[in-house]
Design a protein around this ligand. Structure first.
Ligand code: FMN
Length: 488
């Protein structure tokens, strides 16, 4: 496997495995090895074969982390799981300062009403750097619906080279909604198949990119094999296996006894297979992939701690954390990353015992963080940090969260009261107009009126209007109005 830093583009015509060392029948000593066609890689898609990639990681896989991993040689990068509902209804725009494409929404806006309420700040749901990552970015989606998966993926597909479905997350926020590892149960396996088929047909073909899936091990080889066989028939180009079962915690060692079998099933269908779980460097990934007959490796926590794990020993290997952190700050500033997320990543990249660690964790903006890291001597970086703090509104005195909450509550209450007052005024105006009309008509018309001549507007049919008409017919305009006023 090569340690190239560039993703090889796919070709739209079916290719054949160059070695077929992964063919399920390749171990049979005398039988001729059949050449299994690969699922064609669409024109804008990428082939996962021979790739060492950055895993999808919520929080830890935001844009600057992905750029950092690419900088240190990751062949492809997965975005953090983004739930379909949170993407649908977002507003897409290009940040004129950074050139990044951003999908934003107000925290309170729902898929059906992406309306920005006065004064409410939109938050970035997903951000892509089209220049630096689009041809190596796989967008991962959290979903439990073929329709929503298609709707959400369709938004991002023009700017990435693949869509991946998360069918491995065991956390309740994912599984309670029927997403993530919940898609791996026997009853939901068919739903996952339908989601992948819909994405292949409606997003993959339309945008000429590949569709893939990331799963966990099921408890027995038979169950895993049945599932992988089903998934490989959907038209996906790649499958990642996280070598842990659903109940296993991250600190438990990954188990690899089903890995060879999974790789073989994938290859029998022409699907690329990546391994994930306790892979800590490029060199180790290459070695393990060869040992288990899979096509490449995906690295999560080791890359979260130091993204230079993507460099092979031959390329110089892992870099000191200070160098990685400096590079990370450059990327974070260049894409206007949220300070809270930048600080979180710094806390992952720095050793906890370093004296600067606590200071970084306590800093409230980019300038303070830079100073805590001792990087404020770099004038360009300092100036860029000052500018960014001002853009992000982090340069003034920080309003305490409780004060902000109070102010928001007061503003909402004032808005509510203004709405009620406006409604009352409207009702009073309508009533006054009706009274004036009644008085005018009362003077002109005879006391008894034929009810069938009354216009049958909705207001005429309303109880209020019926009572008015009855009062008029009874010749008690004055009394009637008074009674109505009481009733209203
Ligand atoms: C902080 C964090 C966030 C993660 N978020 C996701 C995610 O969004 N989607 C996903 O499929 N897996 C997610 N995972 C799981 C990883 O992608 C990976 O499968 C797991 O960490 C095992 O790989 P490792 O042993 O190299 O850490 C996350 C893991 C971590 C540590």
């Amino acid at each position: 496997m090569s340690a190239t830093t560039n993703a090889n583009r796919g070709s739209s015509s079916p290719s054949t495995s160059p070695t077929l060392s992964h063919s399920p029948t390749s171990n049979a000593s005398s039988a001729p090895t059949p050449r299994v066609p690969y699922i064609p890689i669409p024109r804008r898609g990428v082939d996962y074969r021979g790739k060492i990639v950055l895993a999808p990681m919520v929080r830890s896989g935001e844009l600057p982390s992905r750029l950092l991993a690419l900088h240190y040689g990751a062949d492809l990068v997965w975005g953090p799981e983004t739930v379909d509902r949170s993407m649908i209804g977002t507003n897409q725009s290009t940040n004129p300062r950074t050139g990044c494409i951003e999908w934003k929404r107000c925290p309170t806006a729902h898929a059906h009403s992406p309306v920005k309420e006065d004064g409410e700040k939109e938050s970035v749901i997903f951000r892509i750097d089209p220049q630096r990552e689009s041809d190596r970015l796989i967008f991962q989606i959290g979903t439990n619906s073929p329709e929503r998966a298609v709707a959400a993926a369709d938004l991002v597909a023009p700017f990435c080279c693949g869509i991946d479905v998360n069918a491995g997350c065991p956390k309740p926020f994912s599984t309670d909604g029927g997403m993530g590892a919940a898609l791996l149960t026997t009853e939901n396996g068919d739903l996952l198949v339908r989601i992948l088929e819909a994405l292949v047909a409606e997003v993959g073909r339309k945008h000429e990119i590949g569709i893939s899936v990331k799963i966990r091990l099921l408890s027995t080889s038979e169950e895993t094999s049945t599932l992988v066989n089903k998934l490989c028939k959907t038209g996906i180009t790649g499958l990642t296996i996280h070598c842990r079962t659903r109940p296993m915690r991250p600190r438990e060692r990954a188990i690899r006894d089903q890995l060879r079998m999974i790789g073989e099933i994938c290859h029998a269908h022409g699907v690329a297979c990546l391994m994930n779980g306790d892979v800590v460097s490029r060199d180790e990934s290459v070695k393990l992939a060869a040992e288990y007959g899979v096509d490449g490796g995906m690295i999560a926590t080791a890359a979260e701690a130091n993204s230079s794990v993507f460099l092979s020993e031959e390329q110089g290997g892992k870099k000191p954390w200070r160098e990685v952190v400096t590079q990370y700050m450059l990327f974070a500033i260049s894409v206007e990353n949220k300070w809270g997320n930048t600080k979180f990543l710094l806390s992952q990249l720095m050793p906890g015992k370093d004296p600067a660690y606590l200071k970084v964790c306590q800093s409230k903006n980019y300038v303070a963080g830079l100073t805590a890291l001792g990087l404020d001597q770099n004038n360009d970086l300092l100036e860029a940090s000052k500018k960014l703090d001002s853009i992000l509104g982090l340069d003034g005195p920080k309003i305490p969260r409780t004060e902000l909450k109070k102010a928001n509550k007061a503003a909402n209450r004032a808005k509510h009261e203004a709405n009620i007052a406006a409604k009352k005024k409207r009702q009073a105006d309508e009533m006054a107009a009706r009274e004036a009309e009644q008085t005018k008509r009362g003077r002109m018309s005879s006391p008894m009126r034929d009810q069938s001549q009354e216009p049958q507007s909705s207001s005429a049919r309303s109880p209020l209007r019926k009572a008015e008409i009855a009062a008029e017919n009874a010749g008690f305009e004055g009394v009637g109005q008074g009674a109505l006023q009481v009733a209203v």
